[in-house]
Design a binder for this molecule. Structure first.
Ligand SMILES: Cc1cc2nc3c(=O)[nH]c(=O)nc-3n(C[C@H](O)[C@H](O)[C@H](O)COP(=O)(O)OP(=O)(O)OC[C@H]3O[C@@H](n4cnc5c(N)ncnc54)[C@H](O)[C@@H]3O)c2cc1C
Ligand code: FES
Length: 260
């Protein structure tokens, strides 16, 4: 829905080094996997996944990377920003035995999904990975939900060294899942895909977005030309399997190909 709302920041939560959640007292009526476009009217408008959403609040979780997110980090409770959305496709909310695979600051939309899955009666296992302890988010939030939860870092700071794909592989050896969901770096999903030959899955893609309403064409993906802001960002297995550029290259703001 391309409706613009100018809203106050209700709460700010420090999640990890350079990662903060922003909570807004606003009825967004979103589904897990969808995203909003946010601007502070000081330059640019950027996409952010919805990390949680209830009837009167929603939350995004932001990693400070460049100019826009640095400005967002300077905002205080009570400051105004403006949002459009929610946009895009959402995850299928299963009622079976499901595995959620998250990586870095890409993990938060899986929290909103986990809540909806639990409400639908699913048995939920979450594996969460990041480069270091400082990049790992939502550990306590997932534990508080009561899901089966494990985390790991590439640098081994929590005692085990590896990725969420390693944890996913071990979890799949122990039990049979009906559906796998992943959100995080594209190369994490690329490494996960060969393990999911016999399983249904959905991946959340983060590619460069401008309009978010299917007009500019910046987020189309080869060779099928679907727009990730409309037909994505959540894609099911049958579409992911057709993507020749998955894990190979993406496009920048000008549409130029950038190799991963
Ligand atoms: C569907 C979707 C959901 C996203 N959800 C989150 C989220 O929940 N939390 C979060 O921290 N980030 C999220 N992002 C990425 C976020 O939009 C960028 O981190 C942010 O725009 C960086 O802006 P910047 O000016 O701080 O950095 P810049 O220096 O402008 O850019 C740094 C990097 O951020 C990415 N980026 C910049 N602009 C865009 C854009 N318009 N569209 C997509 N990627 C961009 C590019 O990879 C770029 O190399 C999401 C992106 C997409 C497409
Ligand atoms: S961002 Fe413009 S078509 Fe998707």
């Amino acid at each position: 829905m391309n409706k613009r709302s100018t809203i106050k920041i209700a709460r700010i939560i420090d999640e990890a080094e350079d990662i903060k959640s922003f909570v807004f007292a606003h009825d967004l009526t979103a589904k897990p996997g969808q995203f909003i476009m946010l601007t502070d009217f000081e330059g640019g408008e950027k996409p952010f996944s919805i990390a949680d959403c209830t009837s009167n609040e929603f939350m995004i979780t932001v990693k400070r990377i460049g100019e826009f997110t640095t400005r967002l980090f300077q905002k205080q409770v009570g400051d105004y920003v403006s949002v459009r959305g929610p946009f895009g496709s959402s995850f299928f909310v299963s009622d079976g035995n499901v595995l959620l695979v998250g990586g870095g600051y890409g993990t938060p939309p899986l929290y909103f999904l986990a809540k909806e899955l639990l409400q639908n009666g699913a048995k939920v296992t979450v594996v969460n990975g990041a480069k270091s302890k400082e990049d790992l988010v939502f550990c306590n939030k997932f534990r508080e939900l009561g899901v089966e939860y494990q985390n790991i870092t590439q640098l081994g700071c929590l005692g085990r060294e590896g990725t969420s794909v390693d944890l996913a592989e071990k979890a799949m050896e122990k039990q049979k899942f009906d559906h796998v969901y992943a959100a995080g770096p594209e190369m994490m999903m690329k490494a996960l895909q060969p393990l999911l030959k016999d399983l249904e899955y959905e991946f959340l893609f983060e590619r460069y977005m401008k309009c978010a309403i299917g007009i500019c064409g910046n987020c189309t993906i080869d060779p099928i030309g679907i727009r990730l802001c409309v037909e994505g960002p959540v894609l099911p297995k049958k579409l992911v399997e057709q993507l020749t550029e998955f894990g190979k290259y993406h496009r920048d703001a000008t549409g130029k190909r950038i190799e991963f």
